[in-house]
Design a protein. Structure first.
Length: 229
């Protein structure tokens, strides 16, 4: 068969299809299975490590008044209660960010909202709840743990295909594959947020507001960059 170019071409095509199938369906299915059966303590350990890095490199203690922090947290808690869904344990942390307005979810249930984002959203609790409901969707679906599994599996697959686990080429498919997985996670978190907002009688359209405010926030900076250039 090695002497036949048809047999070789068929084998290469079949192998390529297998690799694509593993990336599109096999690895996500593996990650979902691992996340479904792994104890919550795994997420908590990952979250503690991530929080340490966040505080060390990206964030500073919050400068928001305590009353404002409690108001935002209470609005999210009310939306969670209205949903009737049993979420994993979660807590909301506020930080002053070195990277501007942002919100993120860490494995293990820690939600982080930056002071800059709260200020940018002008204290609108419907909008802050929409942002945090999205992040809580990441927690509920264990996207952090799933991402860790997917990156590891993609790296192993790339190294197997390329025959080198240490080259830059082996890292490129990992980055590209994880980008598509991230888009899927964002869509899943968006859908979760929409359901929670409707249950809390908040119009899901408020989910657009953060993007509009971020565009307004970025515009002067981009204009300034162009003027400087």
């Amino acid at each position: 068969a090695q002497q036949s170019w048809r047999a070789v071409a068929t084998a290469v095509a079949a192998f390529a299809l297998l690799v694509v199938a593993l990336q599109l369906w096999g690895i996500p299915a593996l990650a979902r299975t691992v996340a479904a059966h792994a104890p919550w303590s795994v997420d908590e350990a990952l979250g503690r490590a991530a929080m340490g890095l966040v505080d060390e490199r990206l964030m500073q203690p919050s400068r928001l008044p305590r009353a404002e922090q409690e108001r935002v947290a209470a609005a999210l808690a009310a939306a969670v209660r209205a949903s009737g869904v049993n979420y994993p344990p979660w807590r909301l942390e506020f930080r002053h960010s070195r990277i501007g307005p942002n919100a993120l979810a860490l494995p293990g249930g820690t939600l982080i909202m930056t002071d800059q984002l709260v200020n940018l959203l002008r204290g609108d609790t419907d909008v802050t709840t929409a942002v945090l409901a999205h992040e809580l969707g990441h927690v509920r679906h264990r996207h952090g743990l799933r991402a860790v599994v997917q990156v590891g599996a993609l790296g192993a697959l790339a190294g197997l295909v390329l025959g080198d686990f240490s080259t830059l080429l082996a890292g490129a498919p990992v980055a590209l594959g994880q980008a598509s997985y991230s888009r899927d996670a964002e869509r899943e978190a968006d859908a979760e947020a929409v359901r929670r907002l409707r249950a809390a009688r908040i119009a899901p359209a408020v989910m657009l507001a953060p993007f509009e405010r971020l565009d307004e926030w970025r515009a002067p900076r981009e204009d300034g960059d162009e003027a400087t250039a």
